[in-house]
Ligand binder design. Structure first.
Ligand code: RFL
Ligand code: PHB
Length: 390
């Protein structure tokens, strides 16, 4: 079997890349380890930068997002109970869109399938070959148990942090940068109206909490938990109680609790692999970098990579120019590091770190007070939250 671009992974990166390529008349084949049902059941990101929404619009997959998504002007940060509202719209002239990654993935899968995209689901054993040569290939067993070899001009590694693509780059060619945070986020999805119509992040002495949402009737909440915790270490009641305490005496009692539709733990990590290209293999999204979720950036950064990669492939395939492909890694990493910085900065200000000395706690407080008193600092948070320009 032959295609121009073999895409590993049917997460948001892989699906959007195949859509942008198809729109430019370039064929691709997607190879996904999990089943379609599994991919459609993952609960992850919730906040889209406006540039992400525009990218979806350009790709022709924004109809439901624009109809059902919730545009937000602002969000708040609470520090030891003291509130600070960051008016993103006032500072930047743009909004963010609350729309679940699950829904975005569903929209992309529906459109790709309607347009006849080849997607191999449930292929647990894919392997990449000759990625640094002229004839890269992907071999795998399809869901009928048949061995398939897929020849391609380019392989796009869109297979997330635990995928195989990054591992196909020889260790001595790769530089990795990592910080693992000493805590995780315990998240709950519940069919109850959100406690407030805007998101808020709280740094409380007992730990971080976030009040988010998916719709007017569905809420998403998170609390900081210990690194080693599993969902079994928490009862639902303990979760609601921790959340109420951390959201403070005004908001805490107003949370409408209930039986969660989903409850899961995500570890927090900052990670970058350089370069994002090796021969004919190009990495995009979580396969190349991870940010802690505090800035709501992971999905948006994946979209920024894919947008750049699709343009570069188009320029190479349609115009015969390989300059953008040559520069892909350098240019993508420029944004990656800025977004890493912002996600690290917000995470550092808003969590309780077990190793922090009283000095570091005062630094967090001073940072918060500075942002409260400085329009420039608040504006800086706003322009990063809404998304840096492409
Ligand atoms: P994904 O979504 O991990 O998709 C990768 C796909 O590749 C498949 N795969 C393979 N396929 C074939 N062969 C293999 N060997 C394979 N190995 C893996 C996987 O099954 C999967 O389908 O990566 P992608 O597409 O790069 O997308 C990245 C985003 O999913 C991620 O950055 C965000 O979810 C991060 N994130 C958030 N981002 C935001 O922009 N805003 C947010 O509000 C936000 N909140 C979050 C988040 C991530 C969270 N968790 C669970 C990590 C909140 C949480 C709790
Ligand atoms: C979410 O709604 O899942 C969400 C919102 C904001 C974040 C992270 C996650 O920063």
């Amino acid at each position: 079997m032959k295609t121009t671009v073999a895409i590993i992974g049917a997460g948001p990166s892989g699906l959007l890349l195949s859509q942008l390529l198809a729109n430019a008349g370039i064929d691709s084949v997607i190879v996904e380890r999990s089943s379609k049902d599994h991919v459609l059941s993952r609960i992850r990101a919730g906040v889209l930068e406006w540039g992400t929404v525009e990218t979806l619009q350009d790709a022709g997959v924004a109809e439901r997002c624009l109809a059902e998504g919730l545009p937000h002007d602002a969000f708040s940060i609470f520090f030891d109970g003291e509130p600070l509202r960051i008016d993103v719209a006032q500072y930047t002239g743009k909004q963010v869109m609350v729309y679940g990654q699950t829904e975005m993935t569903k929209d992309l899968i529906e459109k790709r399938e309607a347009e006849g995209q080849t997607i191999f689901w449930s292929t647990p054993d894919a392997q990449l070959h000759d990625v640094n040569g002229d004839h890269p290939k992907v071999s795998f067993t399809n869901s009928d148990g048949k061995a398939v070899t897929l020849n391609a001009d380019i392989i796009a590694g869109c297979d997330g942090f635990r995928g195989i693509s990054r591992q196909a780059i020889p260790q001595q060619k790769l530089r990795e940068f990592e910080r693992v945070y000493p805590f995780g986020w315990l998240g709950v999805l519940v069919d109850k109206p959100p406690v407030h119509h805007e998101l808020f992040y709280a740094n409380h002495q007992e730990g971080f909490a976030l009040a988010s949402m998916r719709s007017a009737t569905r809420s998403r909440y998170y609390v900081q938990c210990d690194s080693g915790d599993t969902v079994d270490d928490w009862t639902v009641e303990q979760f609601w109680s921790a959340l109420a305490t951390r959201l403070g005496p005004h908001w805490g009692p107003k949370v409408q609790t209930g039986d969660p539709i989903e409850m899961s733990i995500a570890p927090l990590r900052s990670y970058v692999a350089e370069p994002m290209r090796y021969g004919r293999l190009f990495l995009a999204g979580d396969s190349a970098h991870i940010v802690p979720p505090t800035g709501a950036k992971g999905l948006n950064l994946a979209v920024a990579d894919v947008r750049r990669l699709a343009k570069a492939i188009e320029s190479w395939k349609v115009l015969g120019k390989d300059e953008e492909l040559e520069n892909y890694s350098r240019d993508a990493l420029d944004r990656v590091w800025k977004v890493e910085r912002f996600s690290w900065y917000l995470s550092t200000m808003l969590h309780q770190f077990p190793e922090h000395s009283p000095f570091e706690k005062r630094m967090q407080e001073a940072e918060f007070k500075y942002v409260m008193s400085s329009e420039a600092a608040a504006k800086s948070i706003a322009e990063n939250y809404v998304g840096l320009p492409f």
